[in-house]
Unconditional design. Structure first.
Length: 191
């Protein structure tokens, strides 16, 4: 099934796909998806989530152009909607496994045609039993800033990285993970 998914990420979403030894990596700017023979969305390996339960948020500089490009390449994205609680214009598309990919653009983002690069950022979800404690940890220990917070959600920013700290529910019950590429790991460790 991963070959179908890699074709979707390449042909419909416009990612560069690199295949090696039974796995593929779909890359567009800083966004990276690993596709392989796992058969479920990576999470807590002892209690994996079923196929189609993954959600990824991708930020783009031009939401209308991103949607039009996906349509032109044969994709079936939803209409663009305003999502007020995160102050973004968003559309959704599902990959061949049924995982949800949200593409978004901030309401307040200045549009500069010279800087249009397509995808700009992934927005991972990390489930927690205690979201306020997780928000405090990411703020106080890891140096993130609070973009938005409520009891069951924390939107956290640091440099070009934004993450969602979400409440653990039946739908979101695994262990989330994401990778961050840094310029100077030693300085970050010291901080």
């Amino acid at each position: 099934m991963w070959r179908v998914a890699s074709g979707f990420y390449r042909d419909v979403l416009g990612f560069e796909v690199r295949e090696d030894a039974g796995v593929a990596e779909a890359v567009s700017g800083p966004a990276r998806f690993r596709l392989g023979n796992v058969g479920h969305w990576p999470c807590d390996w002892e209690t994996p989530r079923p196929v189609g339960s993954g959600v990824a948020f991708l930020q783009t500089a031009d939401i209308a152009a991103a949607r039009a490009a996906i349509l032109a390449r044969g994709g079936a994205p939803s209409e663009i909607e305003r999502v007020n609680w995160i102050k973004m214009q968003m559309f959704e598309i599902r990959d061949p496994d049924g995982n949800v990919l949200w593409f978004g653009q901030s309401y307040h983002q200045e549009e500069d045609p010279a800087e249009r690069r397509g995808l700009r950022q992934a927005l991972p979800e990390l489930p927690f039993d205690n979201v306020p404690a997780a928000v405090a940890y990411y703020r106080d220990v890891l140096g993130f800033h609070i973009n938005y917070q409520q009891d069951d959600l924390g939107v956290m920013d640091r440099d070009a990285i934004t993450i969602l700290l979400i409440a653990r529910t039946k739908q979101h019950n695994g262990i989330g993970s994401f990778e961050v590429y840094v310029d100077d790991a030693d300085s970050l460790y010291v901080e």
